[in-house]
Design a protein around this ligand. Structure first.
Ligand code: GH3
Ligand code: MG
Ligand code: MG
Ligand code: MG
Length: 316
């Protein structure tokens, strides 16, 4: 928490510093020019500590008004009180000073009582402002955290069903886009749970999700908007906005291989004691006579086909 005194006169600097110190304000910093101050504030950490600036109007080089404009351009200093200090006969410049963002002015030589009263008033205001700012920041943080929780599956950390549904709804607000959807389901997961227990089953779901994420990350440059979501239970969905069927089917095949390569042991799977997945793919145009529900239904039918044809495969 610092108060800055900016004046080209050393005498004024030490006078004001002494007055502030008598008023119990000890954390006072001084600068002898606007340039020096602006240079110092290039580091944002120094800006965050500022509570009040007392700024001389007449200075060689960058004058008070120009300095003021520079200071107000820093977001952290946008509403910190800045009091302009004027000498005799500088009153005409005050209008320009207020336009440039001055909060108040004092003339020198200052009446000590008035000076301290104004400074303390400005500091109180500044403190309230800083508190409000930090409260707003906290609120924003907790809002972001809540948002993240609302749209994330707690077990696997991938998007949840709500996220998928919302994204699909958004796509249908822009008719004409091609949308592909991959629905996939772990093969013989009931056996897995029955043999190893529900906790091991949960761990398996996490590993499958991680394998899917790895495959998507490896192909991320081709499908920047791909959304992996846990659709429910041991089913996942990969939504591919603007991806044609060919691309989606190819990705589905890579996802199948990726889970196989993750080599998650399965005590009684059909395939070398490894966890496998079955996948259904469908593509359609987002139009008024199609819908997210239709896309999901078709992808689900394809998934059913993949299951009935022997699992561990892609059906489109
Ligand atoms: P299929 O190859 O035909 O898909 O057979 P399956 O056994 O995988 O299919 P089924 O739908 O019969 O069983 C799915 C099982 O997934 C049943 C349920 O207990 C289990 N399951 C669903 N959600 C969870 C979960 O969050 N954790 C665990 N551990 N198991 C889950
Ligand atoms: Mg001066
Ligand atoms: Mg299932
Ligand atoms: Mg299953």
């Amino acid at each position: 928490m610092s108060v800055w005194v900016v004046d080209d006169s050393r005498l004024i600097r030490s006078m004001l510093t002494a007055l502030l110190s008598q008023a119990g304000i000890e954390d006072v910093k001084t600068a002898e020019s606007g340039e020096a101050l602006v240079e110092h504030f290039q580091d944002h950490h120094t800006r965050e500590a500022v509570r009040l600036i007392l700024l001389d109007l007449m200075m060689p080089g960058m004058d008070g008004i120009e300095t003021l404009r520079h200071l107000r351009a820093f977001p952290e200093l946008q509403d910190i009180p800045i009091i302009i200090i004027t000498g005799r006969g500088e009153k005409e410049d005050l209008e320009a000073a207020f336009q440039a963002g001055a909060s108040d002015f004092l003339s020198k030589p200052a009446d000590p009582v008035e000076f301290v009263a104004r400074v303390k008033g400005a500091l109180r205001l500044s403190e309230l402002l800083v508190q409000r700012r930090s409260k707003e920041r906290d609120l924003k943080d907790s809002h972001a955290r809540l948002e993240l929780l609302t749209y994330t599956d707690a077990l696997t950390g991938v998007a949840n069903r709500r996220n998928l549904d919302q994204t699909l709804q958004n796509i249908w607000t822009q008719p004409g886009r091609t949308v592909s959807l991959i629905l996939l389901d772990i093969d013989h997961f009931k056996r897995y749970n029955d043999t190893l227990g529900h906790l091991e089953g949960d761990a398996c779901l996490k590993r499958v999700a991680a394998a899917l994420e790895d495959t998507l990350a490896a192909e991320g440059t081709f499908i920047p908007e791909a959304l992996l979501a846990r659709y429910g239970g041991e089913e996942f969905a990969v939504l591919l906005p603007d991806a044609p069927m060919e691309e989606a089917a190819q990705l589905a095949e890579h996802l199948r291989q990726g889970v196989l390569k993750a080599a998650i042991p399965h005590p009684n799977s059909d395939h070398h004691h490894l966890v496998t997945i079955s996948l259904g793919v469908h593509s359609l145009l987002a139009l008024p006579d199609t819908s997210p529900a239709l896309l999901i239904e078709r992808a689900d039918q394809a998934l059913y086909q993949a299951k009935s044809m022997g699992r561990n495969q892609v059906f489109r």
